[in-house]
Design a binder for this molecule. Structure first.
Ligand code: SF4
Length: 265
């Protein structure tokens, strides 16, 4: 059972985050495809989404931002035509092009923005580029439900309370605080504070309520969530991170054959 599907693009990014997880992806499995139409393997991927009754498809980047994908309008046309009615389309973006591509943004059903800070100096350190996206304007102009994703590192962790306060002021309803891949410290060490009595566990990660804001403490390595992923090479995999010996050994690859074939490679 898959909770959702990811369509991942590859190419140069408009940010230079020092902790970019995309740098850990084997480049042979992530050829550039920001101008390529169709994305390789898309037809088979859509077949699998239908076969597995997956209700949500997220456009995201392996090492880039999906709003940099040039034929996005055409792709959205084809996805809407090729997927069952009611399939939700999500966008996971750094938001740097959100206002410039607002006509396309509005064609999604939900939006997750990766914003590590609202402070320009901290944002610059965490993203490697200047200019905090105007989250308030993006929310207002898109009219979409917006979740914020914040990678917590040494750069921004002391500022997290102010970050959450700013989210509250903007009317954001959901925030996901994420650990760096490989981070071994517990959340209680990383973010000392009041993290007791979660509202609920979501995919194995605790969700807290703070001033009406839902805050999830996400741990990539512990999260119990399964996605079906299409990489720019055309590879379709249940493994998100195609890097490192362990991850590769556990990858379940869906070959481009008429039936789903699970093989441990
Ligand atoms: S925005 Fe995402 S893909 Fe781009 S550099 Fe940062 S982490 Fe990597």
């Amino acid at each position: 059972m898959f909770h959702f599907a990811n369509l991942l693009f590859s190419g140069p990014c408009n940010a230079r985050c020092p902790d970019c997880i995309g740098k850990q992806i084997d480049p042979r499995r992530a050829p550039l495809n920001l101008d390529e139409y169709l994305p390789r393997g898309l037809d088979r991927f859509l077949d699998l989404i239908r076969e597995h009754n997956i209700h949500e498809l997220v456009l995201t980047g392996a090492n880039t931002d999906p709003l940099l994908y040039q034929p996005l309008a055409r792709l959205l046309d084809d996805l809407r035509a090729g997927l069952p009615a009611g399939t939700r389309l999500g966008l996971h973006s750094n938001g740097r092009l959100a206002l410039a591509r607002m006509d396309l943004m509005r064609r999604f059903d939900k939006l997750c923005l990766s914003v590590p800070s609202f402070d320009p100096v901290i944002y610059r350190a965490a993203m490697g580029v200047e200019g905090v996206p105007d989250v308030g304007q993006i929310m207002e102009q898109s009219g979409l439900p917006v979740k914020l994703s914040c990678l917590v590192t040494e750069i921004n962790r002391v500022e997290v309370p102010e970050y959450l306060e700013r989210c509250h002021q903007l009317g954001v309803r959901r925030v996901v605080l994420r650990k760096r891949f490989g981070e071994r410290r517990d959340w209680s060490e990383l973010l000392p504070g009041c993290w007791e009595d979660p509202l609920e566990m979501r995919f194995g990660c605790p969700v807290y309520s703070q001033q009406g804001l839902q805050v999830t403490l996400w741990d990539f390595e512990r999260a119990q969530i399964r996605s079906l992923n299409l990489f720019s090479s055309g590879e379709i995999s249940a493994e998100y991170l195609l890097a490192g010996e362990q991850a590769v050994a556990l990858a379940v690859t869906y070959c481009a054959t008429p039936r789903v074939e699970a093989s441990y490679i």
